[in-house]
Ligand binder design. Structure first.
Ligand code: OSB
Ligand code: MG
Length: 370
């Protein structure tokens, strides 16, 4: 396969409600799309998972665009006509880190390749389900009343598990209120690195609430701390930010740093590495679930395919389109009996709707290829 044209399309979509985490509040989803045209006549589309500021991880959108242009695309262009999705990671390996930039590039290539082969992401990755149970990630709110109302609406819509964002000062009380108000629901929390090991006794007080897991309580480079914490609390520890590769997953499991893994394709450099993480986790009896970065339908579609693999035994943050956007960039994903359907068409199985894309486009820039 040969790439004929590449362009970067910056977009800004308003979120239906602000989304607050321990590292900041988003009112919009700012990202860029990578759009490839190839010699097969098929196109490839992918969505960058990075955010404007390097607060979730060290990556950020402008940096991802720059590293794509100056360091990643030239390495792929050097492959000429021999480009194929499984060759992307080896070709980019000399560049350290930059998983989100690598992810958007590999995913667009994989989409174009699968469209040309008339094969879906689900089929290529090894999906064994045609729909996946949907959880929802609920941000930090201004008041407990607001939180309880939001959680109540999601439960009414059918979401099968609720994830509450927590931080120091917004943890025990909101969790207690949600548990007491809504009873025996699937409930978990995500701290996005907001605590330290000195908070272990405080976090142990979450044990009373029968949470499915606590996600990334400590800094991303503190695998030892997570292993220590896991010995001091009963709630299973899940890692998000700490895991950027299958090797990280193997290390974290061996150290006892996690009992569950959030696999987020953007964070780990793409879907092929995501499958390898899944395989390591499955072989070790560690359950996985699919995380997200508030993706539009373009990024959500392949996430749903990944979430249909056999080791993804917990509901993911693969919510319906209307949890994020009044108008998505693809036909909307909808909740059916608490589940979202895995697309079956070639590639990601979704089409970008040109008028909707135009309405949210900030800029289009050709990306020189070769
Ligand atoms: O930590 O999982 C996270 C969103 C942006 C950055 C980090 C995270 C999140 C979410 C939302 O929790 C996941 C989603 O619904 O896409
Ligand atoms: Mg997380």
């Amino acid at each position: 396969m040969r790439i004929e044209q590449a362009e970067i399309i910056w977009v800004r979509l308003p979120l239906v409600a602000p989304f607050r985490t321990s590292f900041g509040t988003s009112h919009d989803r700012d990202t860029f799309l990578l759009h490839l045209t190839t010699d097969s006549g098929e196109e490839g589309w992918a969505e960058c998972g990075a955010e404007p500021d390097p607060l979730y991880s060290s990556e950020f959108l402008a940096g991802a665009e720059l590293v794509l242009r100056d360091h990643l695309v030239p390495r792929l262009a050097a492959l000429g006509d021999d480009l194929a999705a499984h060759l992307v990671q080896p070709a980019l390996a000399p560049v350290k880190g930059h998983w989100m930039a690598k992810h958007v590039l590999e995913t667009a290539v994989l989409d174009a390749e699968l469209r040309a082969q008339r094969v879906s992401f689900g089929h290529r990755l090894g999906a064994v389900r045609d729909r996946v149970p949907a959880g929802v990630s609920v941000g930090i709110m201004d008041s407990h009343d607001e939180l309880l109302a939001a959680v109540g609406r999601y439960l009414d819509q059918g979401y099968v598990r609720i994830k509450l964002k927590i931080e120091p000062g917004w943890d025990l009380e909101p969790v207690r209120l949600v548990r007491e108000t809504y009873g025996d629901i699937g409930l978990q929390v995500d701290a996005n690195t907001a605590y330290t090991l000195a908070d272990a006794a405080h976090l142990a007080r979450l044990d009373d609430f029968d949470l499915l897991l606590i996600e990334q309580p400590l800094p991303e480079d503190d695998l030892r701390g997570h292993a220590e914490l896991a010995g001091r609390i009963r709630t299973p520890v899940c890692l998000d930010e700490s895991i950027t590769s299958a090797r990280d997953a193997a290390t974290a499991i061996a150290l006892g740093s996690c009992a569950v893994i959030n696999v987020k394709p953007a964070r780990v450099g793409g879907y092929l590495e995501s499958v390898r993480i899944h395989d390591v986790a499955l072989a070790n009896g560690v359950p996985c679930w699919c995380g997200g970065m508030l993706e539009t339908g373009i990024g959500r579609a392949p996430n749903l395919a990944l979430a249909a693999l056999p080791g993804f035994t917990l509901p993911g943050d693969t919510s319906a389109s209307d949890r994020y956007y009044a108008t998505d960039l693809t036909a909307p994903f909808v909740l059916e009996d608490g589940h979202v359907r895995v697309p079956t068409g070639p590639g990601t199985g979704v089409e970008v709707l040109p008028d909707l894309l135009d309405a949210v486009t900030l800029s289009r820039t050709p990306l020189p290829w070769g």
